[in-house]
Design a protein around this ligand. Structure first.
Ligand SMILES: CC(=O)[C@@H](O)[C@H](O)COP(=O)(O)O
Ligand SMILES: NCC(=O)COP(=O)(O)O
Length: 239
């Protein structure tokens, strides 16, 4: 079965909006595993607007499943952090400076030599590697030449087009995933996957190794927990 790695960046965003330590992201990382997640994903960014480098260090010791650190390996600080923390997996994402969230995969042809070197460094440290790519067969073929263990398919396009035509939306992903499988690459996927679009994606690509989901999952957790939480607060106000 495909593993579910829960991205806890969004909980850190809420914490940072007030200062303090509520919610506690280390406790959250413990709990998501207790509640059934197969892994924890974090994506530290240079401005530390959500998960902080210190959080990543604090989370590592409580991991009982798999730890996936995503980020931009053009940042020396990111490379140092990953080599120090030694997660189970590092996912290389070509983040541009100041972007709100990840919005494209690596061009694995143009940056092949650079990626080869990065993959070599992380694999030498015993860390499984994954490269974030758009669902394009040539990018998958480029990825295999870097020596990476896996790719992560960037699913924003699938999520955006799913409501109008799910078959068309998933087409490029099925093609890219089939090619990756033929080439012996492991396959992850993520970005904007949610309760509506995940099941169909999973059925079309049943051999996916892992999905990482954050934004929608945390939004659902807040919303689906709202009724219960209001009742708990009302109970405190009972005479
Ligand atoms: C690579 C990817 O798709 C996710 O890591 C996503 O970018 C989450 O990052 P943010 O939480 O900063 O949006
Ligand atoms: N790799 C994708 C990820 O970790 C979470 O992306 P999103 O669900 O927050 O869009």
């Amino acid at each position: 079965m495909t593993k579910l790695s829960v991205n806890i960046n969004k909980l850190a965003t809420i914490r940072n909006s007030r200062g303090g330590n509520n919610p506690d992201v280390v406790k959250a990382a413990k709990d998501v595993q207790l509640f059934g997640a197969d892994g924890v994903t974090v994506h530290p960014r240079p401005d530390e607007r959500h998960i902080r480098y210190a959080d990543v260090r604090a989370i590592k010791p409580i991991i009982t499943t798999e730890f996936n650190i995503e980020g931009n390996c053009r940042e020396a600080k990111f490379i140092d952090l990953v080599l120090e923390v030694k997660p189970h997996q590092v996912t290389l994402v070509p983040d541009a400076e100041g972007q709100i969230t990840s919005d494209h995969g690596w061009n694995t042809i143009e940056h092949k030599e650079y990626l080869k070197e990065m993959i070599r460094i992380f694999k030498q440290a015993g860390i499984r590697t994954s490269i974030f790519v758009d669902p394009v067969v040539e990018m998958v073929e480029g990825a295999v030449e870097t020596g990476t263990d896996r790719i992560e398919l960037y699913t924003e396009g699938y999520a955006r087009h799913f409501p109008e035509d799910k078959e068309k939306a998933v087409g490029p992903y099925v093609q890219a995933a089939n090619r990756a499988k033929e080439l012996g690459l492991g396959i992850n996927a993520g970005h904007d996957l949610d309760l509506h679009n995940l099941g169909y994606f999973s059925k079309q690509i049943p051999f996916l190794d892992e999905v990482s989901i954050g934004h929608a999952l945390i939004c659902d957790a807040i919303y689906l927990g709202l009724e219960n939480t209001i009742q708990l607060y009302r109970r405190q106000l009972q005479p």
